[in-house]
Every structure is written in structure tokens, then in C-alpha cells.
Design a protein around this ligand. Structure first.
Ligand code: ADP
Ligand code: 2DT
Length: 212
């Protein structure tokens, strides 16, 4: 029996770029074409670590900046056994934010280098494909007001965007930039095609290790 693994597909981008909308549509489309697919999101607020993060994001608690960075990373590591199990069973994982958000958000704070921020996530399962949903701030603004959670200000988000641009220079990661200012269907069609191609390409490859 041949056992083809699932692909690890990540969507990244700033607030209101359409990540959640597109993750849901991609999972649905893959399932409709007869593939196994599941969505995950980070932070996963349902775990004990995730609850600490959620309380911090909702400004119900304060955490020291290095500490919360490590908690976001721990929240990914605690999911790794489950992620590997699903990928090895042939389930494609569509993930709303991953280590790249981790690095982009913390390194947007004063005094944090990209290198320091990357370190705790070195060795995580490496995404086979990372799609960055690109929209300019004007387009994102028309999609709704900022919420009230931590980081939801235009100044912070523009620094986060710059950090993503720096991260995308790293050729060890399979980045694809998607013009996410188009209609939901147009964006979805591009994402679906890229995902189907990577699923074929990855099925007989071992799962890689991020940044190592
Ligand atoms: P994110 O997860 O990146 O924050 P969402 O998927 O939650 O973004 O989308 C934010 C808002 O923008 C939602 O109201 C959603 O319906 C809307 N939206 C998403 N994609 C598009 C698009 N391509 N065009 C117009 N509105 C969109
Ligand atoms: P949403 O749940 O609305 O996506 O917001 N973040 C996320 C970090 O600072 N570090 C991380 O590692 C991750 C995954 C981005 C979650 C907020 O938390 C930020 C926005």
C-alpha cells in the first residue's frame, strides 16, 4: 500500500486580508474534490496555553513580550504531534497563520530581531506552501473597522507588513504572494490551483523542518 502524506499549506497576511475566508473555502473545495482536508489556526485558543494567549490578546492580562512570544511558539509545538499524525494519514492541513505571524508580530516590537524571534520555531513542520495574501491598508480598511484586540492599530500593522516583506526574502520557504484585493472567488481560484499543485508535489516527499 502506498501512503501519500497530506500537504501543509499556510495562509499568512495582515488583518482582514481574507485569510480565514480563504482557509474555509480551500478546505471545502479540497473536500469536494475528494481529498481529505482540515483547517487549523494559530493561535489555537482552545488549549491551556492558548487561553493565556487569548487573555493577553483581549487585554485581560499583561505578559512580558519575550514570554508571550514563547507562548505563541509553544502553542504551535504542542500541536506538532497531531499535525504530523494527520499529515502522515494523508490529511491536507490548511493553516490560518503560523510561525511567520509569530516572527512578524513580535519583531514589530522595539528591540526584537528577526533572528531571535525565529529561534523557538526552528524545526517545526515546514509548510509545503505559504501563501501571503497581499492587500494594501486602504483595501483592508474598507473591509471593516479594527477590532479591540492588542496589535489592532494601523501603525503596528504597517510595521508587521514590513516584517513579512523581510521574511519573504528567505528562499528556504516556498512563499507565493497572492493579490488578495480581488474578489473572494478570484483569490480562491488562485489559492486552489497552487494548493492542488503542491499537494501532488509533496505527497511522496518527507515533511521538512522549518528554518533548519
Ligand atoms: P482575516 O482572516 O485575514 O483577518 P477575514 O477572512 O476574516 O480576514 O476577512 C475580513 C473581512 O473581509 C470579512 O468581513 C470578509 O467577509 C471580508 N473579505 C474577505 N475577503 C474579501 C475579498 N476578497 N473582498 C472583499 N471582502 C473580503
Ligand atoms: P487572530 O486570532 O485574529 O488571527 O489574531 N500573533 C499570531 C502573534 O503575535 N504571534 C503568533 O505566533 C501568532 C500565530 C496575530 C491573533 C493575533 O495574534 C498575533 C494577531
Amino acid at each position: 500500500m502506498t501512503c501519500r502524506r497530506g500537504a501543509l499549506i499556510v495562509l499568512e497576511g495582515v488583518d482582514r486580508a481574507g485569510k480565514t475566508t480563504q482557509c474555509l473555502k480551500l478546505v471545502q473545495a479540497l473536500q469536494q474534490s475528494g481529498r481529505e482536508a482540515e483547517m487549523m489556526r494559530f493561535p489555537d485558543r482552545t488549549t491551556v496555553i492558548g487561553e493565556l494567549i487569548s487573555s493577553y490578546l483581549m487585554k485581560k492580562s499583561n505578559l512580558e513580550d519575550h514570554t508571550v512570544h514563547l507562548l505563541f511558539s509553544a502553542n504551535r509545538w504542542e500541536m506538532v504531534p497531531l499535525m504530523k499524525q494527520k499529515l502522515e494519514q494523508g490529511i491536507n492541513l490548511v493553516v490560518d497563520r503560523y510561525a511567520f505571524s509569530g516572527v512578524a508580530f513580535t519583531s514589530a516590537k522595539p528591540g526584537f530581531s528577526l533572528e531571535w524571534c525565529r529561534n523557538p520555531d526552528v524545526g517545526l513542520p515546514k509548510p509545503d506552501l505559504v501563501m501571503f495574501l497581499q492587500v494594501n491598508p486602504g483595501v483592508a480598511e474598507k473591509r471593516g473597522e479594527f477590532g479591540t484586540e492588542r496589535y489592532e492599530t494601523s501603525f503596528f500593522q504597517s510595521t508587521v507588513h514590513q516584517r513579512f516583506e523581510e521574511l519573504m526574502e528567505d528562499k528556504s520557504v516556498n512563499w507565493r504572494v497572492i493579490d488578495a484585493a480581488r474578489s473572494i472567488e478570484e483569490v480562491h481560484n488562485d489559492i486552489k490551483l497552487l494548493s492542488e499543485n503542491i499537494i501532488h508535489f509533496s505527497e511522496n516527499q518527507p515533511i521538512g523542518m522549518l528554518w533548519s
